[in-house]
Design a protein around this ligand. Structure first.
Ligand SMILES: [Zn+2]
Ligand SMILES: [Zn+2]
Length: 291
């Protein structure tokens, strides 16, 4: 294979170009056309990604918090809790909501206003991504984010000063619930927000894919912390134990030197930092649901 041919094969790879020979006329085009026709100025605003992520988070935590409030008196909900013996209190809700509100008012809102004032509106392409590009883009961003957060997380547990200064706040809760997801220091919130924004740019994703990844990332982060082990939870659907999910992340809150990866299991397998706690929970949960 000569140089130009090999460049043609290997030189232009990016996630956004992969199609695997599936139909190229995007099934997302009608949705994208509709959004462009009706909401172009909203979508072009630098404020839009922030509004999208804040509203996704609030909606998800509202749903899980309703379950948390009902769980102590509704056995049909409580049986899916990882710690059914530890109800979520109003004090838990108030404190976590308090820090989330503080972080949003002090850091996220000013950053949003700054973007709105100084960043020009984003140009939007006419064409939608193909469904394959959309899904592979989200998968690629999730794999990349998982690796970045794994390294950040490992470092912030191994170096005492980093742990005490930036990450310990998140570990104030040994049994997590949805609102613990963003019970974070400003530095952790910034790091997470930075990768969520930058990863779709690095993988040259369409903006629809970038927003899809943003919503997906918030969903799986909230699912990690929700404190429930539902039969339809992602970790029970993804085969071969590849997905960590709520049981494994709850084990991280119980035993903080294990299960550092936020979503997938492979980095903890490779590094030998998988917690056996998670397996015992999963067994306990299965027994409980089989009763
Ligand atoms: Zn956590
Ligand atoms: Zn941690």
């Amino acid at each position: 294979m000569d140089g130009s041919l090999s460049r043609a094969y290997y030189g232009t790879f990016n996630v956004a170009n992969v199609s695997f020979g599936l139909p190229e006329r995007s099934v997302l085009q009608p949705v994208w056309d509709y959004l462009l026709t009706n909401y172009q100025s909203t979508l072009r605003s630098p404020l839009f990604p922030i509004l999208l992520s804040v509203s996704t988070y609030l909606l998800l935590v509202a749903l899980f918090t309703v379950l948390d409030i009902l769980a102590p008196t509704w056995p049909s909900i409580n049986r899916y809790k990882i710690h059914p013996e530890k109800p979520i209190t109003w004090e838990n809700i108030g404190r976590t909501l308090g820090l989330t509100t503080y972080n949003h008012l002090i850091y996220i809102f000013p950053a949003a206003v700054g973007q709105w004032l100084w960043r020009p509106p984003i140009p939007l392409p006419e064409e939608a991504p193909s469904l394959t590009q959309f899904l592979l883009g989200i998968l690629g961003c999730t794999i990349l984010f998982d690796f970045q957060y794994y390294l950040w997380h490992l470092l912030h547990h191994k170096i005492g000063w980093l742990y005490r200064t930036f990450h310990a706040v998140h570990h104030q809760y040994h049994e997590s619930f949805s609102l613990v997801t963003q019970y974070l220091s400003a530095w952790e919130l910034f790091s997470v927000g930075f990768w969520t924004t930058v990863d779709p740019v690095l993988l040259q994703c369409h903006c629809l894919t970038a927003w899809g990844f943003m919503v997906f990332n918030i969903w799986i982060s909230t699912d990690d912390h929700c404190g429930y082990d539902f039969p339809w939870s992602l970790h029970n659907l993804v085969p071969f134990g590849l997905w960590g999910g709520s049981v494994k992340h709850d084990a991280h809150h119980q035993k903080p030197n294990t299960n550092f990866a936020p979503f997938f299991s492979h980095w903890d397998w490779l590094a030998g930092t998988t917690s056996s706690f998670a397996q015992s929970y999963a067994l306990k949960g299965r027994k409980k649901q089989g009763d």
